[in-house]
Design a protein around this ligand. Structure first.
Ligand SMILES: C[S@@+](CC[C@H](N)C(=O)[O-])C[C@H]1O[C@@H](n2cnc3c(N)ncnc32)[C@H](O)[C@@H]1O
Length: 338
C-alpha cells in the first residue's frame, strides 16, 4: 500500500464529521474541546509508517473482532429479544438463504470489505450448501494481520487460484485494479463497519464502486424502538473494552485510563436520522496526558426504517430485504445497485 496516498485520503466529509463529533462530545461531557483527542477510526487498523507490516497490536485488534463474532454467532440467544424472533446467527442464516436465491452459482464475485473469518465462513459455507458458490473471493483490508487467517477460512469455498487479498484502504478502491468482468459482484461490509464512516460518504462511495446489478450486503447495529439495552450490553462487553484499551495503548503506551461511552445525535442535514456512540478512555496516570479524553471509536446507528432510507437516499440502490434480530438491534441489509 502507498502510505502517502493513504494519509492523504481524508475527505472533507470525514473532516466535517470528525469536527462535529469533537464539538458534540466536548459539550456532552462538559469539557473544553482541547481535552478531547479524536482521530479517524481507520487509523487504528494500520500503521501508516509501515502499512504492509503486521505487528502485535494489529494482530490483537483483528483477533478481538474475530472473538466478538465468534461469541456473537455461537450464542443461541444473542439478538433474540424477550418476545422471540431471530438470533444473530439465525438472522445471518436467513440472509444467506435470501442470497442463494439471487446469486447464480459460480457466476458472481464475492468482495469483502474489512474481512473477518467467522461470519464470512458461515456465509460461504451456507452458499456452498445451497449450491450457490461464488466464482472468486476478494478481501480488502487496511489491516495486514487478517491475511493468513482469511486465506485459511475462505480457500475451501472458492475455486483454486480465485482467492485474492489486497492490503489497502478501501476508500482507494476505485483506483485499484479490481477483477471486474461481466460477472456481477456481491460486496459485503459487515460488523457495524459502515457505522464507522460518515454516512453520506459511504452512500456516495457505494454508488461509485458498485455497477448496476451488483449486490451490497451490510450489517448495521440498529437503534431499537424502546429497549436500548443491546447497545449498552455491546459496549459493556469485555471484548469492546479490550478493543478500546488496545486502541489507547497502541498510541500512548501502558497509561492508566477509565473507559466511557457517550451517545450524541447524528449531525443535522444527513440523509438519515440516528445516533453516534463514542467509546473513550480518560487518561488518569498523572503524566503529560493526564485528564485527556481519547475517543477510541465512533459508530453511527439508525432505527431500522432510517437504515433503509439511508441506502436508498441517492437513488442508486434498491433495498431487496432487511433481516432484523428479534431484539431489533442488528440488521443484515441486502440491496441492489440500480
Ligand atoms: C469494525 S471491524 C469489522 C470487521 C468485520 N467486517 C466484522 O464483521 O466483524 C472493521 C474492519 O474493517 C477494516 N477497515 C477499517 N477501515 C478500513 C479502510 N478504510 N479500508 C480497508 N479496511 C478497513 C478493519 O481492518 C477491520 O477489519
Amino acid at each position: 500500500m502507498d502510505a502517502a496516498l493513504n494519509e492523504q485520503s481524508v475527505t472533507t466529509e470525514q473532516e466535517d464529521f470528525l469536527d462535529y463529533l469533537h464539538a458534540s462530545i466536548a459539550e456532552t461531557l462538559r469539557v473544553p474541546e482541547s481535552e478531547i483527542l479524536i482521530k479517524l477510526n481507520k487509523h487504528k487498523y494500520h500503521d501508516a509508517g509501515a502499512p504492509d507490516v503486521t505487528n502485535g497490536d494489529l494482530t490483537e485488534v483483528f483477533n478481538i473482532m474475530r472473538e466478538l463474532n465468534l461469541a456473537g454467532v455461537s450464542n443461541p440467544s444473542l439478538g433474540r429479544g424477550h418476545n422471540g424472533g431471530l438470533s444473530l446467527r439465525e438472522a445471518l442464516q436467513q440472509t444467506v438463504r435470501e442470497l442463494a436465491t439471487r446469486c447464480d452459482p459460480g457466476a458472481y464475485h464475492y468482495v469483502e470489505l474489512g474481512p473477518e473469518p467467522i461470519k464470512t465462513a458461515l456465509i460461504l459455507e451456507g452458499l456452498a450448501d445451497l449450491a450457490a458458490p461464488p466464482a472468486s473471493y476478494l478481501g480488502i483490508d487496511i489491516n495486514p494481520a487478517s491475511r493468513p487467517v482469511m486465506r485459511e477460512a475462505v480457500a475451501r469455498y472458492v475455486p483454486a487460484g480465485s482467492l485474492r487479498q489486497v492490503v489497502d484502504d478501501y476508500e482507494r478502491l476505485e483506483r485499484l485494479p479490481l477483477p471486474w468482468d461481466r460477472k456481477p459482484a456481491l460486496v459485503t461490509m459487515l460488523g457495524f463497519q459502515e457505522g464507522n464512516e460518515p454516512p453520506s460518504d459511504m452512500t456516495d462511495w457505494y454508488r461509485r464502486l458498485l455497477r448496476p446489478g451488483d449486490m451490497l450486503l451490510c450489517e448495521m447495529q440498529l437503534v431499537p424502538q424502546s429497549d436500548w439495552s443491546p447497545i449498552y450490553c455491546f459496549y459493556n462487553d469485555d471484548l469492546m473494552r479490550r478493543f478500546s484499551r488496545k486502541t489507547l495503548t497502541a498510541k500512548f503506551g501502558d497509561v492508566k485510563s477509565e473507559y466511557g461511552v457517550t451517545v450524541v445525535a447524528m449531525p443535522p442535514g444527513y440523509p438519515a436520522k440516528g445516533i453516534v456512540v463514542m467509546t473513550t478512555e480518560r487518561i488518569v496516570d498523572g503524566g503529560p496526558f493526564n485528564g485527556k479524553i481519547v475517543v477510541t471509536n465512533y459508530c453511527t446507528k439508525y432505527p431500522a426504517d432510517e437504515f433503509r432510507t439511508l441506502r436508498e437516499a441517492n437513488g442508486a440502490f434498491e433495498v431487496l430485504c432487511q433481516t432484523v434480530t428479534g431484539d431489533g438491534s442488528i440488521a443484515f441489509q441486502l440491496a441492489r445497485r440500480r
